[in-house]
Design a protein around this ligand. Structure first.
Ligand code: HEM
Length: 229
């Protein structure tokens, strides 16, 4: 149990999102916007740096999904498609369900967003701008593959935009239909939950830092050692 969980009536405040997940999320929002703006304005040095940072964060989040806090772990929040549809049914019938972490439908969106961001950043490593600039791994490919991956890099950004619009629409739908504010917990980390809900285990910050360093080293090796080969 989390010592900081405080009783308030029939519900109490419980810490549901750890600092690393919240920082990851809001950094991602800023970085995805910067990646788009830097690509549109031709600031490719910035675009590359932002891309490496997003790749590092996504790799970190995958590692954190394996070893991190309860609500961050894939095994805790990924449920069956049947559970996701059942949950959507509850939402449409305006039957609020208390969730400690991601709901079963939102979990699929989280996985889709992470997969798209991973695909986006990896294809970026192999892309080129058709002029002077290319990703650090583009020279390793032959036979027009860099051009093909450049097209996929652009296409997957369109998919990311669609996924983000659906993601934000789902959050607005939650607020409108169920009067549930999902944004505040993602900002503060805390949520009001029934007394019967036990507080999730929060993994230590040093472990998050270790995973972040590991992810950064992997990206550094890929960009500077494999890319320079
Ligand atoms: C570039 C835009 C965005 C991306 C790529 C993105 C991505 C994600 C990802 C990957 C997660 C899962 C977090 C985790 O488990 O680590 C998430 C959750 C969440 N996001 Fe976003 N997000 C974006 C924009 C937004 C915006 C603008 C809002 C606020 C309106 C928002 C609110 C939330 C909330 C509330 C959750 C938690 C949902 C839940 O309770 O299950 N996101 N987002």
């Amino acid at each position: 149990m989390d010592n900081k969980a405080q009783a308030t009536g029939s519900k109490r405040w419980v810490k549901v999102w750890d600092g690393p997940v919240r920082l990851f999320h809001w950094a991602l929002v800023a970085l995805v916007a910067t990646a788009y703006i830097s690509a549109e304005t031709g600031k490719l040095d910035l675009h590359f740096m932002v891309g490496y940072t997003i790749l590092t964060l996504v790799l970190f989040r995958i590692l954190w999904g394996l070893v991190g806090s309860d609500t961050a772990r894939f095994t805790q929040f990924i449920k069956s498609p049947a559970a996701a549809f059942a949950h959507l049914g509850h939402v449409l019938r305006r039957q609020p369900e208390d969730e400690t972490g991601h709901n079963p439908a939102g979990a699929f969106m989280v996985v889709a967003l992470l997969a798209l961001l991973l695909f986006q950043t990896i294809t970026g490593l192999f892309s080129n701008d058709g002029l002077f600039e290319e990703g650090p791994l583009a020279h390793l490919l032959g036979g027009g593959w860099s051009d093909t991956l450049t097209i996929w890099h652009g296409f997957s950004f369109d998919l990311i935009v669609i996924a983000v619009v659906a993601h934000v629409a789902a959050i607005l739908l939650y607020a409108a239909l169920l009067r549930q504010d999902l944004v505040r917990p993602m900002v503060t980390g805390w949520k009001r939950l029934p007394q019967s809900f036990s507080a999730p285990h929060m993994a230590p910050v040093w472990l998050a830092l270790a995973m972040l360093v590991l992810a950064a080293v992997v990206v550094w090796v890929v960009v500077n050692m494999i890319g320079a080969a």
